[in-house]
Design a protein around this ligand. Structure first.
Ligand code: CO
Ligand code: CO
Length: 319
């Protein structure tokens, strides 16, 4: 969004000046609202699952800020002349079921006719102004916890090319449809220094946002990063989405990946995710307890994948 004119306002806690996950606006000393919107074309074949995934993805930006989502609005682009309306009903059913699972109320929406189907939601939530978790603020020594496995972009690309088996796709859909709610609640209870969710820019792209322009760098331990089953094989077969290469080119000056890291793994680290996990920077003395609580709450694949370092600042070193 760079290049757009920015709004300034004394009550704006998070706006467009940094690549934040959502806008946050202070209403009072006790209360701020969080607003976000996200919609996209189907990434899986099943309309009900697509609806669930789109909702989990939209809700995620509120969770990444440490907020509590309250209300949702549907956004629909639908080719009514060429597609059966039952497909839209399934998508909306998936969306509303996921929204309800999150304890959120669907309050309305808007639809337009469009040759290409798209669905998503705008979410409004709240947070205490003093408890907003920004994507910056990570401190040297912080451990980095990632709460979901990577590889959803590679698996959706394989699905489009009929190269992904059903079990692989089901596993990826489950991961994408899973809410980041528990992870968000536990990070708020623990007290953490920074958080973002992993979406279109991939793990390294969103990690780069956390340290860009700061006095810190990051080390990522590639072997510790959780990865969806079959994603390595499919990446090795060339099932990489176009966005992956763009993500790599965009951040190549900030990221150092030595030749020992296998090519498929480097691909996975840049793979654009849909409804990915939270990437949390937490003080080292709190990291083990948070990880144990995440595992105990069913966020089973959460893992410590690296740490925040003093040098080289503004760079991510993968090892
Ligand atoms: Co986000
Ligand atoms: Co977003």
């Amino acid at each position: 969004m760079s290049g757009l004119p920015l709004s300034t306002d004394p009550n704006l806690i998070a706006g467009m000046e940094r690549a934040e996950d959502a806008g946050v606006y202070k209403l009072s000393d006790e209360l701020a609202i969080i607003q976000t919107v996200d919609f996209f074309t189907p990434i899986v074949d099943d309309p009900y699952w697509f609806g669930q995934i789109a909702a989990a993805n939209a809700l995620s930006d509120v969770y990444a800020m440490g907020g509590k989502p309250l209300t949702a609005l549907n956004i629909v682009c639908f080719p009514i002349k060429t597609m059966d309306i039952s497909i839209l009903k399934e998508i909306l059913a998936g969306g509303v079921d996921k929204v309800h699972e999150a304890g959120v109320v669907l309050v309305g929406g808007h639809s337009v006719e469009d040759p290409e189907l798209k669905y998503g939601l705008s979410i409004t939530g709240t947070v205490h102004p003093g408890k907003v978790v920004l994507n910056t603020g990570a401190r040297v020594g912080d451990r980095l916890i990632l709460t979901k496995p990577l590889g959803t972009g590679i698996i959706s690309t394989a699905l489009k090319n009929q190269k992904a088996d059903e079990a692989t796709v089901n596993r990826a859909m489950k991961s994408m449809a899973a809410l980041n709610r528990k992870a968000s609640e536990l990070m708020q209870e623990t007290g953490v220094n920074a958080c973002t969710d992993i979406t279109g820019f991939g793990l390294l792209g969103h990690a780069a946002e956390m340290i860009e322009g700061t006095d810190t760098g990051m080390v990522i331990d590639s072997a510790a990063v959780p990865v969806l089953p079959k994603a390595p094989e499919l990446a090795g077969m060339g099932m990489t989405p176009g966005g992956l290469q763009r993500n790599r080119e965009f951040r190549q000056d900030m990221v150092e990946i030595p030749g020992e890291v296998p090519g498929y793994l480097a691909d996975i680290l840049f793979d654009p995710q849909t409804s990915g996990g939270l990437l949390i920077a937490v003080a080292p003395e709190k990291a083990d307890a948070l990880l144990a609580r995440l595992h105990g709450a069913g966020v089973e694949e959460a893992a410590v994948i690296g740490e925040v370092v003093a040098t080289p600042k503004g760079k991510i070193t993968v090892r």
